[in-house]
Design a protein around this ligand. Structure first.
Ligand code: MG
Length: 389
């Protein structure tokens, strides 16, 4: 019999609420929900999740209302992953929880922000956004009387920590082990990771075309887009405008999703892991694209990298963003008395116990937590003599 909140027909290799490796702070089981449902709900109720509304994916939040932000990106990742989770008999709710939380630690201004903060923190242990997502759910959220953070299950935290340097992995106990031993996380975590890449490759085509930074003609040279686009033209010769683009993108997503399902199902059948621990022992992930589709996916990714992420208009934006974050960090690290109340107290306390590196970490937490628009306003307050402070 399945327990409350567990989807039916869970495969033996799926994560299972009733056999979770548990929470750091032990809690009574939820009355009406499964453990992973509770995790998903805690993520949605968190402050960090709401802030994703105003954090950049590629285009800075104020550039237009139709572009993806980190919250709509996270929802698209979850939606793609849930389809695949169901088809493979994996735990759909755990998959959803990991996807919704995967970017909680992201800085304002997308990857430019993450790179800038990493440079700022170089002498103090660096800044990794995956590790920051874990910090948010383990420590920074303040919602519950009994523990800091959200106290999520091991399986959810395992999925959130997609990548991690060896140095940081050594400080994380059981959660860091797989990075040192080159083992795998559970299949739900593998899936969330892959769905992230599928989601952004496809929605960035849509956003890039809308912004006029990339052209349909150039995209037609790429296998994944070109084939789907030709199919739409053949089937609907009269169709024009945005409906052609959206029909194309939905076919691209379909092709990759179908490929992940059939490829992964075959790999799972061949490896026949008896449970999630057997999955973790394997040297390679089982949830993947086929080699052929992976090559097409990579071709599109390379194109986006060159044509979109390195477009001069995007670079101008990311250059400004990098400067804003670096200047914010520098001035707040130099003089933590400029931090608002509770952050100022946290910085003073951290400095006492851990010196300048600990003070820098509090400043990084504060800056990383900012939304795009908050960072812009805070920068103005700190640097523009005419702005109200
Ligand atoms: Mg992402």
């Amino acid at each position: 019999m399945t327990s409350v909140g567990t989807q039916p027909a869970l495969a033996p290799y799926a994560a299972d609420d009733s056999r979770s490796r548990g929470r750091v702070h032990p809690e009574a089981p939820p009355e009406w929900r499964g453990e992973f449902q509770r995790d998903r709900d805690r993520i949605i109720h968190s402050n960090a999740f709401r802030r994703l509304v105003y954090k950049t994916q590629v285009f800075v939040n104020h550039e237009g209302d139709l572009y993806r932000t980190r919250v709509t990106h996270s929802m698209e990742v979850a939606q793609i992953a849930r389809t695949i989770a169901r088809a493979l008999g994996l735990h759909e709710t755990l998959t959803e929880a990991i996807c919704l939380a995967h970017d909680l630690g992201h800085t304002p201004f997308g990857h430019a922000g993450q790179d800038a903060l990493n440079e700022c923190m170089r002498e103090y242990g660096g800044f990794e956004h995956n590790l920051q997502s874990l910090r948010v759910v383990d420590l920074l959220e303040e919602r519950y009387a009994e523990f800091p953070g959200l106290n999520l299950c091991f399986e959810t935290r395992e999925g959130i920590l997609k990548h991690c340097s060896a140095a940081n992995a050594r400080t994380l106990g059981a959660l860091g082990e797989r990075f040192l031993q080159r083992r795998q996380p559970g299949l739900e975590a593998q899936l969330a990771n892959l769905a992230d890449a599928i989601a952004y490759n496809n929605h960035d085509v849509d956003d890039g075309l809308r912004a006029g930074l990339i052209e349909t003609e150039a995209l037609c040279e790429l296998a994944l887009f070109g084939r789907a686009h030709a199919e739409v033209r053949r089937q609907y010769p009269q169709l024009t405008g945005r409906r052609v683009i959206h029909e194309t993108i939905r076919r691209m997503i379909n092709r990759v999703v179908a490929d992940v399902i059939t490829t992964s199902a075959a790999q799972i059948a061949a490896a026949a892991p008896r449970d999630i621990d057997a999955v973790r022992e394997l040297p390679r992930p089982l949830v993947t694209m086929s080699e052929a589709v992976h090559a097409e996916h990579q071709e599109l990714k390379r194109f986006l990298n060159e044509a979109l992420y390195r477009h001069y208009r995007v670079l101008r934006m990311t250059n400004k963003a990098r400067r804003v974050l670096k200047e914010l960090f520098a001035v707040l690290l130099e003089d933590p008395d400029l931090l608002p109340g509770e952050h100022r107290a946290a910085a003073a306390q951290a400095e006492q116990s851990g010196g300048k590196a600990a003070r820098a970490r509090v400043v990084a937490d504060y800056v990383a937590g900012m939304t795009d628009r908050y960072a812009i306003v805070e920068h103005r307050r700190l640097f523009n003599p005419d702005a109200r402070s």
